[in-house]
Write a protein that binds this ligand. Structure first.
Ligand code: GTP
Ligand code: ZN
Length: 230
């Protein structure tokens, strides 16, 4: 079944305007589990939404026929604080290592809360604690279920000289939007599914409402359960 666009979803189509590289600087990354890798952090001029998105170039993307790319939307609570309410932190950690292994790019997109911002996301969490799922909580606040537009991501990839790519995601909307923007996505490669007692309801909602390729106990799907705590 085709995934229906989320309510209030922005539409991307056609090619995006050009952006250019502003700065490229090497950063040694050290993760709490001891994994270390060097990344080039790249900033840009001319991104369509004016946000400070950053690319991490890992390894050498050039030799790969289709470098591995992840569009990772910002999640302060998961990426930085280690929140178990979502799967963002483990997905980010996994993506950096998988991309570095073959050469590719992680775009860290400043789209906190699927584009609604941190304060609104925390308001939505409060509504989820009262019983709403992750999408209904957004709409109850008068906000889109998923407000993300990947035009700036397409601009970043073009500025980096990335042509055909493999996309690391379980979210069909990311590949759909990139292709609509003229980015040649060769294969979609699933990310791990990092289920915990605290995020399993959220993951079920992503699988059922927006057709993420996530397989969870009691629900069939093509994804892989990498970790199931509890
Ligand atoms: N509004 C809202 N945003 C959330 C919630 N939980 C996580 N997020 C945000 O959802 C986004 C998840 O980003 P990603 O992991 O890149 O996207 P995804 O749609 O899960 O797709 P893939 O991980 O690529 O499969 C981040 O911006 C989080 O801040 C929630 O309950 N409500
Ligand atoms: Zn998160």
């Amino acid at each position: 079944m085709d995934a229906a666009p989320a309510a209030g979803h922005p539409r991307s189509s056609g090619h995006s305007p050009a952006a250019s590289i502003r700065t490229r600087v090497t950063i040694p990354l050290r993760f709490p589990d001891g994994y270390e890798v060097s990344a080039d952090a790249v900033t840009f001029h001319g991104l369509s939404d004016g946000e400070e998105h950053v690319a991490l170039v890992l390894g050498d993307p050039a030799p790969a026929p289709a470098p591995l790319v992840r569009l990772h939307s910002e999640c302060l609570t998961g990426d930085v604080f280690g929140s178990a309410r979502c799967d963002c932190g483990p997905q980010l950690r996994e993506a950096v290592e998988r991309i570095a292994a073959t050469g590719g790019v992680l775009l860290y997109l400043r789209q906190e809360g699927r584009g609604i911002g941190l304060y609104n996301k925390l308001d939505a969490y409060a509504l989820q604690d009262a019983g709403l799922d992750t999408y209904d909580a957004n709409t109850a606040l008068g906000l889109p279920e998923d407000g993300r537009d990947y035009t700036a991501a397409a601009q970043m990839l073009t500025a980096l000289g990335i042509g055909e790519l493999d996309l690391l995601t379980n979210n069909p909307d990311k590949a759909r939007q990139l292709r609509d923007l003229g980015v040649p996505v060769r294969f979609v490669r699933p990310t791990g599914v990092f289920a915990t007692d605290s995020n399993v309801r959220y993951l079920h909602a992503k699988a059922e409402r927006t057709h993420h390729t996530i397989a969870l106990p009691g629900q069939a799907g093509p994804g892989t359960v990498s970790t199931l705590a509890g």
